[in-house]
Design a protein around this ligand. Structure first.
Ligand SMILES: *Cc1c(COP(=O)(O)O)cnc(C)c1O
Length: 217
């Protein structure tokens, strides 16, 4: 596997679903990958990347951004209040807004430093105890709150429970998005992105299938 294999597989999945692959953004998830692998994907022309930790991203992306124009960074991991400022300085899109408190902090620091990110509301579709994401019964209120705060809400994001059929969660996320007039759906990873595209994903987050297995520090 690699970047072009994934792009081909995405195009095939989109065509089978009667969609255009241009409506699906590939977020290359570069967390814990050696810099050479990330740089190879940049050199191949890809510009949209995802990271799940602010600190790790801050250690490598400023330099890459200087070298390559047009990089768009997506935060796909949990965001703590004390990291919001650093996150907004680095990331263009935040996929993990899951509380009103976090939404308010993003809005206020965004206004302060004049960098308001596009956001996705993360939904705990499996109602798992330890999982990030707003509970199913809190999604509509949180989306409304984000809009009231002036945050550009692009859509919803989910990470399905590991031992369940992801399609059920993707379909549920699509349904909740539709009822909130949201078109963005951040769903699908290396193992299930084709199913996510079939169910309407607009953003797939793919790491190991592009870069190879993550190297543990
Ligand atoms: C790591 C990660 C991914 C990518 O996972 P792969 O299985 O390597 O494609 C996608 N989404 C989130 C939230 C992640 O943390």
């Amino acid at each position: 596997m690699g970047l072009s294999d994934i792009q081909n597989a995405m195009a095939k999945a989109a065509t089978s679903a009667g969609r255009s692959v241009d409506d699906v953004t590939l977020i290359a998830v570069s967390k814990v990958q050696p810099n050479e692998r990330v740089e190879a994907v940049l050199a191949a022309g890809h510009r949209v990347f995802g990271e799940n930790r602010v600190q790790e991203a801050a250690g490598k992306w400023p330099e890459f951004k200087e070298k390559y124009d047009g990089v768009e960074l997506h935060l796909i991991g949990p965001l703590q209040s004390n990291k919001v400022r650093a996150a907004l300085e680095l990331f263009d899109v935040i996929h993990t807004v899951d509380s009103e408190k976090l939404a308010r902090r993003i809005a206020s620091i965004g206004a302060e430093i004049d960098r308001t990110p596009r956001v996705f509301v993360q939904v705990n579709t499996g109602d798992e105890d330890q999982k990030a994401g707003v509970p199913l019964d809190g999604v509509d209120a949180l989306v409304a709150e984000c809009r009231d705060l002036g945050l550009p809400v692009e859509g919803l994001m989910c990470i399905p429970p590991v031992n369940e059929e992801p399609s059920l969660h993707f379909a549920l996320l699509a349904k909740i998005a539709a009822r909130n007039n949201l078109t963005g759906l951040s769903m699908g990873m290396s193992g299930d992105f084709e199913r996510a595209i079939a169910l309407g994903a607009t953003h797939v987050r793919i790491g190991s299938a592009i870069f190879g297995d993550r190297v543990k520090a």
